[in-house]
Design a protein around this ligand. Structure first.
Ligand code: 5RP
Length: 233
């Protein structure tokens, strides 16, 4: 099965977590695009959605889902989003699409973060995918030097401006042995808006397209269950 078909498969599987009449948190990316298509196909009557990007907001509006401001609600039950890398503890690298800050805000407001991805995103250790760091433009060079001092190679994502009006540095070569510690360290530098490590608030459930099927990975107890309910490891 090709990667796009796997994305469609996991997108459909995530509908299991969506209750009609509720407000849903929606992430950003090509897998989430498939999820929004699946919502439309299933004729899911949502009360609304909190979107993590202008891109997803437009797509949600196009299918008739009302956009809700996070400031107008007290929290969300479910947040559905993709990832660039997923480690065995469900720590993530996100932000390939540049929506990391709003994604982190919405994820942090949700009780359950359902991560949807194809199996190419599963890794033992995070860091092969360059870590996106959203920075206030004025601080870009300062932060780039600090990232170099950590052993990383930051590259300015030229020509890209985030939905918040900021720049992105994509950092390769980082040795991410402690994702929570690194997330906190980078986030406390003045000028950093946030970084793409989702370790302090990682995913709760991962729906992974693998081979011909969707595997539901749960953190505790550590089990791998086929989406059709058949345990396979
Ligand atoms: C956007 C993200 C995406 O979730 C991540 O880049 C995965 O994208 P895709 O579903 O296109 O592979 O973090 O900021």
């Amino acid at each position: 099965m090709d990667v796009f078909t796997l994305k469609q498969l996991v997108a459909k599987a995530a509908l299991e977590y969506v209750k009609p009449g509720t407000i849903l948190g929606v992430g950003t990316g090509s897998t989430v695009d498939c999820f929004i298509d699946a919502l439309a196909e299933a004729n899911m009557a949502l009360k609304g959605a909190v979107s993590s990007s202008v891109r997803s907001e437009k797509k949600l509006r196009d299918i008739g889902v009302p956009i809700v401001e996070l400031a107008d609600i007290t929290g969300l039950d479910i947040y559905v989003d993709g990832a660039d890398e997923i480690d065995p503890a469900f720590h993530l690298i996100k932000g390939g699409g540049g929506a990391l800050t709003r994604e982190k805000i919405v994820a942090d407001s949700a009780c359950t973060f359902v991560c949807i991805a194809d199996e190419s995103k599963l890794v033992q250790t995070l860091g092969h995918f360059p870590l996106p760091v959203e920075v206030i433009p004025m601080a870009r060079a300062v932060i780039a030097r600090k990232l170099q001092a950590l052993g990383g190679t930051p590259v300015w994502r030229k020509g890209f401006v985030t939905d918040n009006g900021n720049d992105i540095l994509d950092v390769s070569g980082l040795h991410i042995s402690d994702p929570c510690a690194l997330e906190s360290e980078i986030n406390q530098w003045p000028g950093v808006v946030t970084n793409g490590l989702f370790a302090r608030r990682g995913a709760d459930v991962c729906l992974i397209g693998s081979g011909q099927e969707v595997k539901k990975l749960l953190l505790a107890p550590t089990t791998t269950i086929c989406h059709n309910g058949v345990a396979n490891s």
